[in-house]
Design a protein around this ligand. Structure first.
Ligand SMILES: Nc1ncnc2c1ncn2[C@@H]1O[C@H](COP(=O)(O)OP(=O)(O)OP(=O)(O)O)[C@@H](O)[C@H]1O
Length: 977
């Protein structure tokens, strides 16, 4: 398939040219070659300007008529899209809506070329427009397509050329309201090939309906006629009853369906079946010479039963029927003397009359069916609503016009003076046809006045009469009817557009059309366009291009001539506005804006495009520009293609500039707003902050005022709860408390001298060691002053001895300072308590006898101490653990009932750290273990001491060491003290 948007104007050897007008040479061979190139690429449509040439491929082309493709043609112009009947339909519809004038599409081509298919494709496109644009579910065009089904049963037949050949011409009108919505339809038929009822070539069939009807045993039985087609002489003669590509049974069912859909009742249908049966049986009526009546030529009906059956089916009197078949009335004289007589016919005349009668009956039946369809598809529309219509003329039996192109027929018609000429022409064709069949024209002429049927239907039952009567009133399907139709159809249009006379373009009134007929056919008859159908071969073979067969059709379809005419004349016409819009970038005057009239704009474009021979090439009409040759049109197109990228860039530049400016302005506005908003917020925040600041200041000021008593000595408001800054306690309050304590401590500390500070440091260490924890020593006296030397006190009766002993000690050198000196109770290795004085210097622990103050053993070195342990109870014992093998020292420090474990421990830990840099541990133990029995040779044994209160009633102020079994002991202490 050709790409939808390929209006191919330069020759592509793969797909050929999409318009024959683009051919440089238009010899038959060039046309054929372009057609076959496209055909071989499955492209069956080609333009000749605004006409479409369609070549029947006898095979279904995928996607060629699908909905997607159909939609792609909507709102497009023919030169924008690849050739298709859809493009033509869209164009026709556009012209209809724009001009509000009736449009006509003529479909030509020989039998089997695809005319009927083309008209359906065209109608299908209109149907979709009606669906899409007007959202119609009740679609009138759908009904028209449905009616086609009925018409095909009655008007189509199998011929040698086409298994489903239309044997009548039809003119379908789709009528639109002012908005372009299809509102009703009308079908006219002309030139029904009536003679097919009684005779045709061997191998052909009569109209499909006869064979379809006979497939229904139910109906044939009901009307008591044989169902075998070979029984009927009319069907038997051409020796063809069935067609491989046609299913009569199925088609008959579908026909019944369509008839019902369009409103036929059972009774209406029965009338049809009766007439059909009658027509078939009429063929079986035979005549014999009536010798008795002494007239050798006179005849009588020799098949009375058949005659009777026909009369019964037609619901008329048998003798009346016989009379009309064997005699004829003749008019004699003229005026008042006029009289009529009845003359008897001879055998061959009677047969002719019989066949003519059958034909006329069928013609009437066909017309009445069409009229009935018309009532339905007229859709009850008031004629006033109809503003315009599209007519589709499907001409069957093209052969009639073989020697006189159909254009000629239309042209002739368009000039009233020549109308008669055409009538004569067509009548002559009819006459010739009858002559060929051996029937005298005059004989037939007689039957055109309806007399035989009017004779017959007098006083007959209603159903059938109505059918036939209607048909009588409608008249006959003669060429005159077609002309009459056309006359009515175009009476609204004034299709001789007047020109402004410019340059060498001479206008010579209406007769111009005829004079320049060859040159300007389509221009002057603009509302008429063509689909020219060509058969690819005579054998109905799929995808086979028979050069001879196609060549023949090209010839008598006048294609070469049409192309020549198109190329010679002004083959391209475009409305100024449309042209201006498409090509305005070709002139600086019109690009990007044009304020003048469209015509002046187009003139400026033509001037700027430097068209060669422009005076000849371009003519300026009232509303349209006429371009003579395709090359000029291409010239515009080429310039446009060349300039378009620049235009696109320019448009992009302008557009981007515009967008950027727009964006910039928007951003600027936005930022401005944002800034204003931020400033507002800032102001609000600043005000809030200011208020907050003032409030905070006020709050803090009053808070600080309240805190004042905590800053004033000597008690610093001790014991009172500090106030909080806010209602609830917050972090600031804890911080203030911490700061206050730190400040208070600093004030306190700075008021101390060096010695006092050392003591405070010692107390802090003691506090650190003893604290208030569960495992620490209970109730140690933090407030007590660490006196250090308790033996220099005047209360010591041996003060003198002590002082001498100390002097002696210091004289030895080494010890410089007394950290602690007091009387203690020492537990010896046997668990005995012994009173001793101990002096702890900065280097040693010395034990003295308190009576004589003689030194017991050598001093124990402080840096040999490894740990201290005491209980967590209220006793006053301390174990000083030394490095092995030095014995541990276990002493009671509460001789004067004062707790001094904390003082000694703190001193020892502090001093050992000074000496060794290590902090010895202070352990709280119950039971407590120490070893005071080891030496360098002996490990000794551990003493295990546990602590408990004195039993009730046995309390003493002093703690008591009571040795138990083995190396265990209990220390009693008094809780209440
Ligand atoms: N566009 C097409 N694509 C495929 N097949 C087609 C096309 N047009 C026609 N045909 C085939 O060709 C056959 C004959 O077409 P159609 O009946 O339309 O011819 P016609 O010109 O109307 O003939 P007649 O004048 O005898 O009625 C169709 O039955 C169909 O099989």
């Amino acid at each position: 398939m050709e790409p939808i948007n390929s209006y191919n104007n330069s020759f592509d050897k793969n797909i050929g040219l999409s318009d024959f007008c683009f051919l440089d040479k238009i010899e038959e061979i060039d046309i054929l070659s372009n057609l076959s190139t496209r055909f071989n690429r499955d492209i069956i449509y080609t333009y000749i300007g605004d006409q479409v040439v369609s070549i029947n491929p006898f095979s279904k082309k995928p996607n060629l008529y699908d909905e997607k493709l159909l939609k792609s043609y909507q709102n497009m112009y023919m030169y924008e899209v690849s050739p298709h009947i859809y493009a033509l339909a869209e164009d026709t519809y556009k012209k209809l809506v724009l001009s509000k004038e009736n449009q006509c599409v003529i479909i030509t081509g020989e039998s089997g070329a695809g005319k009927t298919e083309s008209s359906k494709i065209f109608l299908n496109y209109l149907k979709n427009i009606s669906n899409d644009k007007f959202n119609k579910t009740e679609n009138i065009i759908k009904l028209v397509l449905e009616s086609n089904n009925i018409l095909e049963s009655f008007g189509n037949a199998k011929t040698l050329r086409n298994d489903n050949s239309s044997r009548f011409g039809k003119f379908i009108e789709i009528e639109f309201d002012g908005k372009g919505s299809p509102i009703s339809g009308k079908i006219s038929q002309f030139l029904l090939e009536k003679s097919r009822v009684h005779s045709r070539a061997i191998g052909e069939r009569s109209f499909h309906i006869f064979y379809q009807f006979l497939t229904s045993r139910e109906l044939t039985d009901r009307h008591q006629i044989p169902s075998d087609p070979s029984y009927y002489k009319y069907l038997k003669d051409s020796m063809c009853y069935s067609v491989s590509t046609v299913n009569d049974t199925k088609d008959f069912q579908s026909l019944i369906g369509s008839l019902k859909l369009l409103g036929w009742s059972e009774e209406d249908m029965n009338s049809i079946w009766r007439v059909l049966g009658a027509i078939l049986l009429i063929g079986n009526i035979e005549f014999s010479n009536d010798v008795e009546k002494n007239n050798v030529d006179a005849v009588y009906v020799s098949t009375p039963d058949t005659l009777k059956k026909v009369a019964q089916l037609l619901q008329c009197k048998t003798d009346l029927l016989e009379k009309s078949l064997i005699s004829r009335s003749l008019t004699l004289g003229a005026g008042k003397r006029q009289s009529s007589i009845r003359v008897l016919l001879n055998q061959s005349q009677a047969r002719e009359t019989r066949d003519a009668f059958a034909k006329v009956l069928y013609d009437r039946l066909f017309s009445s069916i069409i009229e009935r369809i018309n009532v339905t598809i007229a859709n009850g529309i008031d004629h006033k609503c109809i503003e315009m219509s599209i007519g589709i003329l499907d001409i069957y039996g093209f052969e009639i016009f073989e020697n006189n192109s159909f254009e000629q027929f239309i042209i002739n018609y368009s000039n009233e003076k020549l109308q008669q000429l055409f009538i004569n022409l067509v009548l002559r064709q009819e006459q010739e046809e009858y002559l060929k069949e051996g029937i005298e024209w005059k004989t037939i002429d007689n039957y055109f006045d309806n007399t035989p049927i009017i004779d017959l239907i007098e006083g007959q039952p209603v159903g059938l009469i109505k059918l036939l009567e209607e048909a009588c009133l409608i008249g006959q399907s003669t060429p005159e009817l077609l002309l009459q139709k056309f006359n009515q159809f175009f009476s609204k249009n004034n299709y001789f557009e007047s020109f402004e006379s410019t340059n060498n373009f001479q206008i010579e009134s209406k007769s111009f059309t005829l004079k320049h007929y060859a040159g300007d056919v389509n221009y002057n008859l603009e509302p008429i366009t063509y689909i020219r159908c060509i058969k690819s071969n005579n054998e109905k073979r799929a995808n086979y291009f028979d050069f001879e067969c196609v060549k023949h059709q090209i010839k008598y379809l006048n294609i070469q001539e049409t192309i020549r005419v198109r190329k010679a004349g002004y083959c391209h016409k475009q409305h100024y506005t449309r042209f201006l819009n498409r090509y305005k970038m070709l002139s600086n005057e019109t690009w990007p804006f044009w304020n003048g009239t469209p015509k002046e704009g187009v003139m400026a474009i033509v001037k700027a495009s430097q068209v060669q021979n422009s005076l000849m090439e371009c003519q300026f009409g009232k509303k349209k520009l006429f371009i003579k040759s395709a090359s000029t049109l291409f010239h515009f197109e080429e310039l446009r293609t060349k300039i378009l990228p620049k235009v696109v860039i320019e448009i992009q530049r302008v557009w981007r500039g515009y967008m950027a400016r727009k964006w910039y302005k928007r951003e600027l506005d936005r930022l401005k707003l944002e800034k204003e908003e931020m400033q507002k917020q800032l102001k609000r925040k600043q005000s809030a902050q200011l208020i907050q600041k003032f409030y905070l200041n006020y709050k803090v000021r009053t808070y600080v005022k309240k805190l004042k008593p905590w800053c004033v000595g000597p008690y610093y408001n001790k014991g009172h709860i500090m106030p909080t800054l806010w209602l609830r306690k917050t972090l600031i309050d804890s911080i203030m408390q911490t700061i206050h304590i730190a400040w208070w401590a600093k004030v306190k500390v700075t008021s101390l001298n060096m010695e006092q500070r050392a003591l405070v440091r010692q107390k802090i260490l003691a506090l650190d060691l003893f604290g208030m924890g569960y495992s620490r020593k209970k109730e140690w006296d933090c407030r007590r002053k660490f006196t250090a030397d308790y033996l220099s006190d005047d209360s010591n009766p041996k003060k003198q001895q002590f002082t001498e002993a100390v002097q002696l000690l210091f004289q030895k050198g080494g010890d410089k300072e007394i950290l602690f000196a007091d009387n203690v109770i020492k537990i010896n290795k046997r668990g005995k308590s012994q009173l001793r004085s101990i002096i702890i210097t900065d280097q040693h622990i010395y034990k003295y006898d308190p009576k004589k103050y003689t030194q017991k053993k050598v001093g124990l070195k402080l840096h040999s101490i490894v740990a201290l342990s005491t209980s967590n109870k209220k006793d006053t014992f301390l174990a000083i653990h030394f490095k092995q093998p030095i014995r541990d020292l276990f002493i009671d420090l509460g001789c004067d009932f004062v707790e001094k474990v904390s003082e000694v421990s703190t001193n020892l830990i502090q001093q050992v750290f000074k000496l060794t840099g290590t902090t010895i541990p202070l352990l709280f133990r119950d039971p407590l273990t120490f070893n005071n029995s080891r030496d360098s040779r002996n490990h000794g044994t551990d003493f295990v001491v546990s602590f408990s209160q004195y039993p009730k009633g046995k309390e003493q102020r002093q703690c008591t060491f009571i040795k138990g079994k083995g190396n265990t002991a209990i220390i009693h202490y008094n809780l209440n003290d």
